[in-house]
Ligand binder design. Sequence first.
Ligand code: PEP
Length: 246
Amino acid sequence: MTNKYIYFVANWKMYGNLSSLNTLDKVIKFSKSKEIKGGRLIYCPPYTLISSFSKKFKSCQIAIGGQNCHESEDYGAHTGYINSRMLKNIGAHFVIIGHSENRKKGESDKLINLKIKSALEAKLKVIFCIGETLSEKRNKKTHSVLSNQIKIGLKNIKNKSNIFLAYEPVWAIGSGLIPKSQDLFKIVEFIKSKFRDKTPKVLYGGSVNPNNITNIRKINNIDGYLIGGASQNAKKFIDIVKKTYS
Ligand code: PEP
């Protein structure tokens, strides 16, 4: 049983359309009930649904986030992209930056650093994803990979109070695999040790579901979860929150 505030971030990736809005009714009802306890819910739908989600969540405390943004704060000729000011303007409070699915497509730590700066400038909170691949883990490079991602990703950012880190081992995303509890605890401690003054919130992401949350929630230095697949099902998402606090 935990009393602290825990963040539950739903990353819908490239899923969902207008008919998905109906599935939110259950979550809205749950968010207004006593069962929510210290849970803080954040939905990151595809861009096409942010405005509709924002309207839907008007009467409740559920926050909205984007799944990425362009690095430029200025409007400009960037076909197919949106920037952090646009996200803020349609009702987003958060943005996920550095997700491994985007790193895989070529997003570098340097680019991620620019995106984080522009998001903070737009007064968005940032969910900054870091994590090692399976071969990096096998080669015992987890610490050096994470250090590097943090060092370059947060370069020249003094005020980190609006940054949440999301530790997402690439090999755990969508695979059904999760790190051993003692490894996860140590890695979260390692990430927190990188910050001298104010320790940021550290979320865990990678195959979290209603079956494994009962074990994961025992790792008491984790401040919340970034949830992909399971978050697209309202019942599963609610169950994860309930089981975290049971
Ligand atoms: C994610 O994409 O951030 C994620 C954690 O996905 P899943 O929960 O499906 O592993």
